[in-house]
Ligand binder design. Structure first.
Ligand code: NAD
Ligand code: MG
Length: 333
């Protein structure tokens, strides 16, 4: 059984007198900075001077400074930049300002595991990775809850890395939901695998294939969209709340029977074989290399793919239908 830490296991006293520098104010950055501040922590935010987020962070009552100044001010330096820029910004603007006893922190192990960030001896290297999008990390905290987090220690220079990481997780609300101990490697490899094979890549391709199958068979695209895309959330909500059992309890017996009969046919052994291949490419660093090189040459594949995706029929139909449901699309992020 995995060890899971809750509020009573974590003590904010480990951060008494410490300054937390949150580098970046995007999805995760704004959530960590605001949650930690409201938990009574001393927080500064590090940004590029030209960043549009600068005024936003200041308007939220945070102290904002350059990345280098924040790295110098922070006893804990949480790096919440896009993964593809962390290596360069770390080397140029953060590393020169790390002092022995500081904690260098991440919300994803990518750059440490794939050697883009090579921390010096003498600093703790800790990961607190919320298992949810940043805007949810913020929203759930303001509602009194917390998004579960993963906690890992890559380097324990002070002997307090684990306790400080746990305290940080408490400050952002993570111990309200549960904090699971892991390693940088396990977090990174499972996170990349999950988003590629299941959560982002797997789910969208599954929906797209279902939509196309129905449309190619002559059914109305609007019906296909509701069936194969829109309804996904309603089904997933039931799984989120009560597992596969609650979903299968709630759908009709017809749907449950069809689930057992056709699910394994669609997601057959060839899918798992491909999943193992995807996992291997992650473990060997082949995916990381490809992604880092893609970013060094101006993201040609990302940009081409975004353009191609927005030109598909499922995108056009979806945009049209969602416009008629402002109760969904009008929701603030
Ligand atoms: P993001 O793209 O939403 O935000 C990045 C921030 O960095 C922005 O404020 C941006 O202005 C700033 N920035 C970009 N380039 C910069 C530079 N050169 N110098 C200074 N600031 C710069 O990023 P994110 O999605 O919050 O991801 C941050 C980290 O959190 C990543 O390691 C990611 O893997 C991890 N993570 C993200 C999520 C999520 O919900 N998005 C979930 C778990 C973990
Ligand atoms: Mg992720």
């Amino acid at each position: 059984m995995a060890t899971i830490y809750y509020d009573d296991d974590a003590h904010l006293a480990h951060l008494d007198g410490a300054t937390i520098a949150v580098i970046g104010y995007g999805s995760q950055g704004h959530a960590h900075a605001l949650n930690a501040k409201e938990s009574g922590m001393n927080v500064v935010v590090g940004l590029r001077p030209e960043s549009a987020s600068w005024a936003q962070a200041e308007a939220a009552g945070l102290r904002v400074m350059s990345v280098a100044e924040a790295a110098a001010a922070g006893d804990l330096v949480m790096v919440l930049l896009p993964d593809e820029v962390q290596g360069r910004v770390y080397r140029e603007e953060i590393a020169p300002h790390l002092e022995p006893g500081n904690a260098l922190m991440f919300a994803h192990g990518f750059n440490v595991v794939f050697h883009q960030v090579v921390p010096p001896d003498g600093v703790d290297v800790v990961m607190v990775a919320p298992k949810g999008p940043g805007h949810i990390v913020r929203r759930v905290y303001t509602e009194g809850g917390g998004v579960p987090c993963l906690l890992a220690v890559h380097q324990d220079a002070t002997g307090t890395a684990h306790q400080r990481g746990l305290a940080y997780a408490k400050a952002i609300g993570g111990t309200r939901g549960g904090v699971l101990a892991t390693t940088f490697q396990e977090e990174t490899e499972t996170d990349l695998f999950g988003e590629q094979a299941v959560l982002c890549g797997g789910v969208t391709e599954l929906m797209q294939a279902g939509f196309e199958t129905l449309v190619e068979a002559g059914y109305q695209p609007e019906v296909a969209y509701f069936e194969c895309v829109h309804e996904m959330k309603l089904i997933v909500d039931l799984i989120y709340e009560g597992g596969f059992e609650r979903m299968r309890y709630s759908v009709s017996n017809t749907a449950e029977y069809g689930d057992y009969v056709s699910g394994p046919r669609v997601i057959g052994p060839q899918v798992k074989a491909e999943m193992r291949g995807v996992l291997r490419d992650i473990q060997t660093g082949a995916f990381a290399r490809e992604f880092l090189l893609e970013n060094q040459v101006g993201q040609p594949r990302l940009k081409a793919q975004r353009a191609a995706t927005s030109a598909t029929q499922v995108a056009e139909v979806g945009a049209r239908l969602r416009k008629m449901m402002p109760f969904i699309s009008g929701k603030p992020k």
